[in-house]
Design a protein around this ligand. Structure first.
Ligand code: SF4
Ligand code: SF4
Length: 400
């Protein structure tokens, strides 16, 4: 099948051109190595789509198994000359948005009953369970335990924090560190005791219907709280709230949505974060752009500005950075359904971080954090000794 489909330029699978600093290709194709046949990168996926439209290939469960082996990272969007990007601008530009196309196919698979795949179905079931409202299958009450010790949390206010599900249920230490940073600068925030999952998980899987109840509930909740600005620390929630919610609603939200780094940068510019005095050599750090912040939302500069303002550090970029950044492997439902594939992709990113000679790998997404951290564990002590993975929030808190 793959050979018959090889009619495109193939840049989405092979455009590695070190001489001009381009290393864009598909992380899934690279991780598959010898087993990477066409459907594992954009050219083959486009070929399959064409065949579906021409009714030569039916939608099926078998097809879904391949379609969901894509992290929706958007690297193919950056390399393909049929889309508009900084590297290639032709008069044919902006014909397609690959990630939107992959997602449209996922929606069709869901509609026809060939998806969600088993692990994905479980996440959506938990997300819609009235006693949970999170994809981890945890009781609702567990999601609000993390902020009980903080006195700067209010029920209502202009500035509302959306915790999402992953941080409070799996990495609550990072949220506690965020509260310490806010508290040190005298900032009060409002947090809902009844926020539901943003629905990112079901949107990436292609089940748009499953998200509407969450969307309506969350927006009403934040309106009731008096939100003027809603901010979140999770890259996936940020994309969902800021991009997907208005698109699904067909109108602007009644409040502004920000990522936590946009709050932190203001605090840093106003010298509101009390850092410890730094002595000795600069600590080399590098930064991994989460796909949901970078390619999906164009938020490249602010996390870097935040890092630059932390005393005592030197930021060294990885060879693939910003629009070129290598995916961590966790997105698009890959981590839950194909965990080994997710880790294989993450291992490449870890090696790239080590190549910079940085001692700390920073990121700003709990999914990247989990997957990169799982990869480091698997890679063993030799790698663990070379690099420490940290969320930007935890890193700032460690310097206070
Ligand atoms: S979105 Fe990423 S993983 Fe999916 S086909 Fe494109 S480059 Fe590959
Ligand atoms: S999807 Fe774009 S980059 Fe890939 S083969 Fe087709 S035209 Fe080339």
């Amino acid at each position: 099948m793959c050979l018959k489909l090889q009619k495109g330029c193939g840049d989405c699978g092979y455009a590695i051109r070190p001489a001009v600093g381009r290393f864009l290709t598909c992380p899934v194709k690279e991780a598959k190595g010898e087993a990477a046949f066409e459907i594992f990168f954009a050219r083959g996926r486009m070929g399959v789509l064409k065949s579906i439209l021409e009714e030569k290939i039916p939608l099926s469960k078998d097809l879904a198994e391949f379609v969901y082996q894509c992290s929706e990272c958007g690297n193919c969007n950056e390399v393909c000359h049929q889309t508009q990007n900084e590297n290639i601008v032709l008069n044919t530009s902006k014909w397609i948005d690959h990630v939107e196309v992959w997602n449209a196919l996922r929606k069709d698979l869901v509609e026809e009953g060939f998806a969600p795949l088993d692990k994905h179905a479980k996440l959506i079931e938990y997300m819609n369970n009235p006693d949970m409202r999170n994809p981890y299958g945890e009781e609702k009450a567990k999601k609000i335990e993390w902020f009980s010790e903080f006195s700067n949390v209010k029920d209502k206010g202009d500035l509302v924090f959306y915790a999402g599900c992953t941080y409070p249920l799996r990495q609550s230490i990072t949220l506690k560190n965020m509260m310490k940073i806010l508290q040190a600068s005298g900032k009060e925030i409002a947090i809902s005791r009844d926020e539901w999952c943003c629905g990112s998980v079901s949107l990436r899987i292609g089940d748009e219907k499953a998200v509407m109840e969450n969307l309506n509930h969350n927006i009403e909740e934040f309106k009731k709280m008096g939100a003027k600005t809603l901010f979140t620390a999770c890259a996936g929630c940020y994309r969902t709230l800021k991009k997907d919610y208005p698109e699904l609603l067909g109108e602007e939200l009644p409040f502004e949505v920000k990522h936590v780094t946009e709050i932190l940068i203001d605090m840093l510019k106003n010298n509101e974060i009390p850092f410890k005095a730094e002595e000795g050599d600069l600590l080399k750090v590098t930064y991994h752009d989460p796909c949901h912040l970078g390619r999906h939302m164009d938020l490249y500069d602010i996390p870097r500005e935040v890092i630059y303002k932390i005393p005592g550090i030197e930021l060294i970029e990885m060879k693939r950075t910003r629009k070129n950044a290598w995916c961590c492997g966790a997105g698009g439902g890959v981590k839950s359904q194909f965990p080994e594939l997710a880790i294989d992709i993450a291992k490449d990113r870890i090696m790239e971080a080590i190549e910079t000679d940085a001692k700390v790998l920073l990121t700003s997404c709990p999914f990247c954090d989990t997957n990169l951290s799982d990869a480091i564990k698997e890679m063993g002590p030799e790698v663990q000794d070379k690099i420490q993975l940290m969320d930007i929030i935890d890193f700032i808190a460690s310097k206070m």
